[in-house]
Design a protein around this ligand. Structure first.
Ligand code: PMP
Length: 385
């Protein structure tokens, strides 16, 4: 075991100790088979049971309707950026005979990267709104609805957004409303399972597992089943749609129950343990209240001291998962990081591209950890004034 960590890293991130203890034992010897979960064939009955049970628990916790299907793949969140483009374009082409346009919200570094990947893969990208245009060149807001510029719905293969921008600390307070009939795609790498979600609104939800629900090495997808009906590769190619590698081909993955090639059963097993743990604690409604309460505690102490702390994100777009701020005064950020570290609080340094401090408040970060952080912040304030 280990002493309970007070760790606020942005990803890979903290997982519950009890989950890791179980995973560690299973890595050595799974179900008394004499071999571990990372050593079994990904097509063994044990592996198939793990995949199926993980899907079932995913369905249960998110209340996923029959219209949608869960699957797991490799390639992380970034693999998803690429996979979305071909798979969604080919689905749209199957329906309409056309290569559609793709619409992207840009609200932070991750949606920016996703839109760049779409462009790199030859998609016809329209930017619905770029948050930097409305905030002096910086991320930190969700542009007002009146500023959203969608493509003609009959031409649009999908609208893409990142529900929680891990670096900028920006989260959509509500699922964006898109034109009738257009498929919505969401990157939820850093906030899946932190709140309740109406899955029926989405064509596709995806993300890397390594923040809120598992470790690096697997990504999760929730897809509307009708989107698996797609134009064959040659015909898609003829329309100018670039085909993606087979290991990211959604229908091939689904047909093979997430094991088209050697998916990490260990990683999927860990997701299952996280899901079971969360279900036992009351599921997503309980988690949502807890996430909000923890985040509110941090925002509140920072807001009370505006002379010291600088919160760059507009209140309406603040993330409950990644709380970012800078500290005024020469050398104060360094002092904050050193002082917090001396108290056993770690993982607080901001992303290298933006600096400052980032408190990641994922599901596994306990309220006790947040309270310890707040005690430290209070002492820091006293010392600085
Ligand atoms: N999307 C978001 C919101 C992320 O936070 C990250 C990783 N930090 C990614 C995508 C990329 O994920 P990966 O590193 O697994 O490719």
């Amino acid at each position: 075991s280990r002493p309970e960590p007070n760790y606020f890293g942005a990803g890979p991130a903290l997982l519950p100790t009890n989950v890791l203890e179980e995973a560690a034992a299973d890595l050595l010897n799974y179900q008394s088979l004499g071999v571990g979960v990372g050593e079994m064939s990904h097509r063994s009955s044990q592996a198939t049971d793990i995949i199926n049970e993980t899907k079932e628990n995913f369905n249960k916790i998110l209340n996923i309707p029959d219209t949608h299907e869960v699957f797991f793949a490799q390639g992380g969140g970034t693999g998803g950026f690429a996979a979305v483009v071909y798979n969604m374009l080919a689905s749209f082409a199957q329906k309409t005979g056309k290569k559609g346009k793709v619409d992207y919200f840009i609200t932070g570094a991750w949606s920016q990267k996703a839109s760049e990947e779409a462009e790199r893969l030859g998609a016809d990208v329209n930017i619905v709104a770029d948050a930097r245009k409305f905030n002096n060149g910086k991320y930190g807001v969700i542009p007002a609805k009146s500023e959203w510029k969608f493509s003609d719905p009959s031409e649009t293969a999908y609208v893409y957004y990142c529900d929680n921008e891990t670096v900028a600390g920006v989260e959509f307070a509500e699922v964006p409303e898109v034109p009738e009939g257009v498929e919505l795609v969401a990157d939820m790498s850093s906030n899946i399972l932190s709140k309740e979600l109406d899955v029926s609104k989405f064509g596709l939800i995806f993300g890397g597992a390594q923040k809120n629900i598992g470790i690096a090495g697997v990504s999760f997808y929730v897809i509307k089943k009708s989107l698996l009906d797609r134009l064959p590769q040659k015909e898609a190619n003829a329309l100018g749609i670039q085909v993606c590698p087979i290991f990211l081909d959604f229908p091939s993955i689904v047909k093979n129950n997430s094991a088209y090639n050697t998916v990490s059963i260990l990683c999927i097993h860990i997701i299952n343990l996280v899901l079971k743990n969360l279900l036992a604690k009351g599921g997503l409604s309980a988690q949502e209240s807890l996430s909000k309460r923890k985040a509110q505690k941090v925002y509140s102490i920072l807001d009370q001291n505006p002379a010291l702390f600088n919160l760059p994100v507009d209140k309406s777009a603040r993330s409950n998962m990644n709380i970012v701020f800078t500290i005024n005064g020469e050398g104060n950020e360094e002092k904050f990081l050193k002082g917090s570290s001396a108290r056993g609080l770690s993982g607080l340094k901001g992303h290298r591209s933006v600096g400052g401090i980032r408190v990641s408040n994922y599901n596994a970060v306990t309220e006790e950890s947040i309270d310890k952080l707040i005690e430290f912040v209070k002492d820091f304030i006293k010392e600085a004034s």
